[in-house]
Ligand binder design. Structure first.
Ligand code: NAG
Ligand code: NAG
Length: 195
C-alpha cells in the first residue's frame, strides 16, 4: 500500500533531483583542472634548437669593488687547504671578449662554495642573466661542480627562462687568467638545447 502512495512518488522525485544536483556538482568541480595535456606546437614550441654561447666571466674578489664576496664559512675553513666551507655570493660580469672593458652580454648571479676537502672543488649554483640582443632578460640556470684547477670543467645547464625555456645542456669553463689576488677571468662555452 505504501508503494502506491502519491507522497512516496514525490519523495522519489526529490531523491532523484538531489542525486542529479550531486552529479552536476561533480561535473562543475571537474572543470577546475589540475593538469591537462597540451600540444607543444599550439604552445609555440615548434623546433628545438641547439645554441652555442661564448663569453668571459670576470670574478673579482679583491679591491674596493669586488663582484664576489664571502658570505659564510665554517670555523675550520681557514685551517682547510681547500677552504672547505667557504661560501661566496657573486654578481660577476659576462663579456664578449676577455678584457673587462669588453661588451657586457650578461651577469652570473649566484653562489659558489668550497665543497671538497681534498682539492679545490666548488659547488656552483647560479643563474646567467643575459642583457644582449634577443637573449636580453632570458636566464640559464647552472648547478654543478667546478674543479678549479682542471683545464676544462663541465657543469650542467639545468633549465632556463625566456628564450631558454625548457633549456638543457652544459657549460665548459676554462681559466683564461688567474691573478695572485684571486681575481680570475674564465672563458665559457655553453651548449644548450632550447626552443
Ligand atoms: C680566518 O681568516 C680571517 C681572515 O683571513 C681571520 O680574521 C681569522 O682570524 C681567521 N680565523 C682563524 C680561526 O684562523
Ligand atoms: C634589455 O631589456 C631592458 C629591459 O627591458 C632594456 O631596458 C634594455 O635597454 C635592453 N637592452 C638591450 C641591449 O636590448
Amino acid at each position: 500500500m505504501a508503494y502506491s502512495h502519491p507522497l512516496n512518488t514525490t519523495k522519489i522525485f526529490f531523491v532523484l533531483s538531489a542525486m542529479s544536483i550531486f552529479f552536476i556538482t561533480i561535473t562543475i568541480a571537474d572543470e577546475h583542472n589540475f593538469s591537462e595535456s597540451l600540444s607543444p606546437k599550439e604552445h609555440g614550441l615548434k623546433r628545438e634548437k641547439l645554441s652555442h654561447l661564448h663569453f668571459y666571466f670576470h670574478d673579482i674578489v679583491s679591491g674596493k669593488n669586488p663582484t664576489a664576496v664571502r658570505v659564510a664559512e665554517a670555523k675550520m675553513t681557514n685551517k682547510s687547504a681547500t677552504g672547505f666551507g667557504a661560501m661566496l655570493m657573486m654578481d660577476d660580469p659576462l663579456t664578449e671578449g676577455p678584457e673587462p672593458s669588453s661588451k657586457l652580454v650578461g651577469r652570473a648571479q649566484g653562489i659558489y662554495a668550497s665543497a671538497s676537502q681534498t682539492e679545490l672543488g666548488l659547488l656552483m649554483v647560479l643563474n646567467y642573466v643575459f642583457v644582449e640582443g634577443k637573449y636580453n632578460g632570458s636566464t640559464l640556470s647552472i648547478l654543478g661542480r667546478n674543479s678549479v684547477f682542471s683545464s676544462v670543467r663541465e657543469m650542467p645547464v639545468v633549465g632556463g627562462t625566456g628564450m631558454f625555456r625548457f633549456a638543457r645542456g652544459y657549460a665548459q669553463a676554462k681559466t683564461h687568467k688567474l691573478e695572485l689576488t684571486g681575481d680570475a677571468v674564465v672563458e665559457y662555452n655553453v651548449y644548450v638545447f632550447h626552443y
